[in-house]
Ligand binder design. Structure first.
Ligand code: NAI
Length: 330
């Protein structure tokens, strides 16, 4: 099948070309993101392969239908950027990579957390300037802390296990309590209770219910100086409310791998441009905020699994075979 890849980076080409040796699809790579102006690039392809910031809105899907596209294959887990209703109407199948390496993202959330709790981002720069003084680097133990996990799907579960290993008391909020997690010692509680933890990590999808789940009101239930880690989606946080909470000390540390307006910034080298987004600039100006550019998924193991599963999904759809549980959306 001919597959048009959008938002392609050199590493996508490397991993997909290697995985495709087992599938033999025709792969066409575009660096452009999918949006109304770039939809025509999919002409001649039966499938498009999209990433987190490609926008398959209603009008884009209508245009894809006219081009004869039958499949939207997401090379990621989240699908908040796809109009599922429009896809259904256009009879376009949407598949994703439900679980490629939840540990990759959970470990990245832990990396953000450890950097913030022990201020290694500051220590790294300081030691390079031959400044070995410790003042300003005082951290706190993760061991013994209360950790609140919002969303205990694949990634949330992996994160819970890491935090249990650290000796934390883990409380979670999800629509469904997970029995395996409960057996391991995770207790489920209403959101407002979970928000009272020392450390909060977000692992739920972005949807109508979770948009701005961290906002001025919910921040009111947080402990003064709470550490918040977001590797989910930027829209889970009301960024303006978060900036106010950083200014008044409600949030003591913030680790972000995702950002509400990230599609204009992330996955690009903007080092020789003037960034016009004042909000991210303000966020990055806090010494207790650490931002990474959506790299939670970016490990060798995860990239190999993403490439293989995406191409396998497309082959299965082409051959009218069922998809692995969790990979089928529409
Ligand atoms: P998943 O589908 O396995 O788990 C999501 C969990 O959230 C489920 O247990 C679900 O019941 C729960 N949930 C849904 N609505 C909720 C609500 N209103 N309140 C509380 N919980 C709710 O998804 P997975 O693989 O664990 O991924 C989670 C999210 O992480 C993805 O949706 C995606 O946005 C993000 N992600 C980020 C990556 C990165 O590189 N930073 C990479 C992969 C995913």
């Amino acid at each position: 099948m001919k597959i048009a890849f959008f938002s392609t980076q050199p590493y996508d080409i490397q991993f997909f070309e290697s995985a495709n040796q087992a599938f033999g699809h025709e792969l066409v790579f575009f660096t452009q993101a999918l949006e109304p102006a770039t939809t025509s690039l999919a002409a001649g392809a039966q499938a498009v392969c999209l990433f987190v910031n490609d926008q398959a809105s209603e009008s884009v899907i209508e245009a894809l239908e006219k081009l004869g596209v039958k499949t939207i294959a997401l090379r990621c887990a989240g699908f908040n950027n796809i109009s599922l209703e429009a896809a259904k109407k256009a009879d376009i199948r949407v598949c994703r990579v439900g679980a490629y390496s939840p540990e990759a993202v959970a470990e990245h959330a832990t990396a953000l957390l450890l950097t913030l709790t022990r201020k290694t981002h500051k220590a790294y720069n300081r030691v390079r300037e031959q400044n070995f003084a410790l003042s300003g680097l005082l951290g706190f133990n993760i061991h013994g802390k209360k950790v609140g996990v919002i969303g205990t799907g694949n990634i949330g579960q992996a994160f819970c296990k890491i935090m249990l290993g650290f000796g934390c008391e883990v409380t979670a909020f999800d629509l469904i309590a997970n029995k395996e997690m409960e057996a391991l010692g995770v207790s489920y509680a209403p959101l407002i209770e979970v928000l009272g933890a020392d450390i909060i990590s977000l692992h739920c999808p972005l949807n109508e219910q979770t948009k701005h789940i961290i906002n001025t009101e919910t921040l009111g239930y947080c402990k003064k100086g709470v550490t918040i880690i977001n590797t989910g989606r930027g829209g889970l946080l009301d960024t303006k409310a978060v900036i106010d909470a950083l200014k008044n000390g409600t949030i003591g540390a913030l680790g972000l791998d995702v950002y509400e307006q990230e599609e204009k910034l992330f996955f690009k080298d903007l080092s020789s441009t003037i960034i016009q987004d004042d909000t991210i600039q303000r966020l990055m100006s806090f010494s207790n905020v650490l931002v990474t550019g959506h790299q939670g998924f970016f490990t060798i193991e995860a990239m190999e699994k993403i490439a293989h599963t995406t191409l396998e999904n497309i082959s299965n759809l082409e051959n009218k075979l069922p998809l692995t549980t969790g990979n089928s959306i529409v």
